[in-house]
Design a protein around this ligand. Structure first.
Ligand code: NAD
Length: 477
């Protein structure tokens, strides 16, 4: 196999080894960190439509240097052991980059969810969950899944319910999985989390003019022309927030059945509604349709957001990519060979192991919420409101004493100043803080060490150093 056609795990390993070459690790440690600890393959039967169907699923534990291990469950016909192991490795490094105390895991079920109705998907999900639960591959302190491609809060609710059914007396049962609906002890802001994290990462990137210049761009996100691939959970939220809140212009959306482009900008909510109603991106009015969706990756834009599949930017199209900045919302959308080409061409890449960490970060908040059995903000919110109200009325009273014109703030200022933070605001604040701090640490390495040519290398170095530290106190006898 040439270096241009590496498997997904080999691509991740290549990035890992680039970083290890610049680090001074004890002998053998790099090998231990890199190696996938275990992968469980299960084939299980489900009776559907009057016959038995056999399904194949995986749960891979890449590294349990910290437990529980964490990582989504993907439903796709393309799922295979190599893919699950690569995604599990990325989870290990990702959690380390954003300081989330989890090891790395991933799961997958080889299935096209569109081939089954809701009732059947529930049956298959519950049976898959049962197979993993009975081996502690779903467990609040051992292994905690979350949604990924092809799964959502709905599947996580079934998994949580299955776990509770098998462990009826376990108090922390609901911490066995994250990404649950809020009614089932999920957390506000989890559905949007990965897309929101993309927005926070980009905002932080644009706060440093030097980095913006390195990407041959200037100014802020306002007016930047953006192409998004994949209008699923991650791509939709990222595109929505960037266009509605930051003034970016979505000039292209690529989906599985083609792409639409419009220099005037696409209305992300309307496009999503169109796809949901018609089942296809084709036919959306006010835009040009192109049946070769992947070709739009090469269209002119400032920012490219691959948010669908791995390996979509490869050695054959990397030289034609016109975006100046790419943020990897998907896992592994740029192969190692393409990464080399982009780097040589001066394209700045904000790498997956940092960029899409919003999901695992908010999953961490949900897990903590489940273990503490209380919603964030429940104790403080009204106390904060009382203190702020007191402060405001005292300021008004004092201004009346010393000023000619008594200070009287507007009603909207008062309302915003006085109200205590609810769970959603706290989650967003925690996520924003996480994304800013992690990028600042990566940026520092990128700027200060001339051997560190790109943000991906910086992120891998930071992750590996943090994981290596945890081995100092581990029993390895
Ligand atoms: P999703 O299933 O919600 O959405 C995927 C989207 O990609 C769908 O709209 C699908 O139609 C589209 N798509 C599929 N094949 C395509 C193709 N060939 N070209 C263009 N579009 C195509 O999945 P998601 O949860 O948004 O995940 C997307 C990526 O983000 C994956 O790589 C996943 O691992 C990664 N990710 C997801 C999360 C999360 O919280 N969901 C967290 C971190 C990383």
């Amino acid at each position: 196999m040439s270096s241009q056609d590496l498997s997904f795990t080999a691509n991740v390993d290549r990035q890992f080894l680039r970083a290890v070459n610049l680090l001074d690790l004890p002998p053998g440690l790099a090998q231990q960190i890199r190696t996938c600890n275990a992968t469980y393959t299960v084939r299980f039967p489900v009776r559907l439509r009057e016959r038995i169907h056999v399904f194949t699923g995986y749960r891979s534990v890449h590294s349990d240097h910290i437990t529980p291990v964490k990582g989504g469950i993907r439903y796709s016909l393309a799922v295979n052991q190599d893919e699950v192991e690569a995604l599990a490795a990325l989870m290990t490094y990702k959690s380390a980059v954003v300081d989330v105390p989890f090891g790395g895991s991933k799961g997958g079920l080889c299935i096209n969810p569109n081939d089954y109705d809701d009732r059947e998907i529930e049956q298959i999900t519950r049976r898959f969950a049962y197979e993993l639960i009975k081996r502690d591959l779903i467990h609040p302190s051992q292994n905690v899944p979350a949604p990924d491609m092809g799964t959502s809060a709905r599947e996580m609710a079934w998994i949580a319910d299955e776990y509770q059914r098998l462990h009826p007396t376990e108090m922390d049962a609901l911490a066995c999985v994250t990404g649950k609906p809020v009614y089932k002890s999920g957390i506000a802001g989890r559905v949007e989390a990965t897309g929101r994290g993309i927005q926070f990462a980009l905002r932080e990137f644009f706060r440093e003019p030097l980095d913006v210049k390195r990407a041959s761009l200037s100014g802020s996100l306002e007016g930047k022309r953006v192409i998004v691939q994949g209008l699923g959970n991650v791509g939709f939220h990222a595109a929505q927030f960037l266009s509605l809140e930051d003034g970016a212009v979505i000039t292209g959306i690529i989906e599985r059945d083609g792409a639409i482009v419009s220099e005037a900008g696409l209305d992300v909510l309307a496009v999503k509604a169109w796809i949901e109603a018609s089942g296809s991106i084709k036919g959306y009015p006010d835009a040009t349709f192109l049946s070769d969706g992947a070709s739009v990756l090469e269209s002119d834009c400032d920012l490219l957001i691959p948010a669908a599949l791995e390996g979509v930017i490869h050695h054959k199209n990397a030289a034609s990519i016109k975006a100046k900045l790419i943020i990897e919302a998907a896992n592994g959308p740029i192969t190692a060979a393409a990464d080399d080409i982009l780097r040589q061409r001066g394209v700045v890449v904000i790498p997956d192991l940092y960029a899409n960490a919003g999901g695992v970060t908010v999953s961490y908040f949900e897990w903590v919420k489940n273990l503490s059995h209380i919603r964030f903000g429940r104790m403080e919110r009204r106390a904060q409101e009382t203190t702020q109200t007191l402060m405001l009325s005292e300021l008004e009273r004092l201004s009346g004493l010393i000023g000619v014109d008594k200070w009287s703030p507007t009603d909207s200022f008062k309302a915003n100043y006085v109200k205590g933070a609810d769970e959603l605001e706290l989650v967003r604040s925690g996520l924003d803080d996480t994304m800013r701090e992690a990028l600042q640490a990566m940026r520092e390495k990128w700027h200060e060490d001339e051997r560190v040519e790109d943000l991906r290398l910086a992120a891998y170095m930071i992750a590996i150093q943090k994981i290596a530290l945890t081995y100092q106190s581990k029993s390895l006898g």
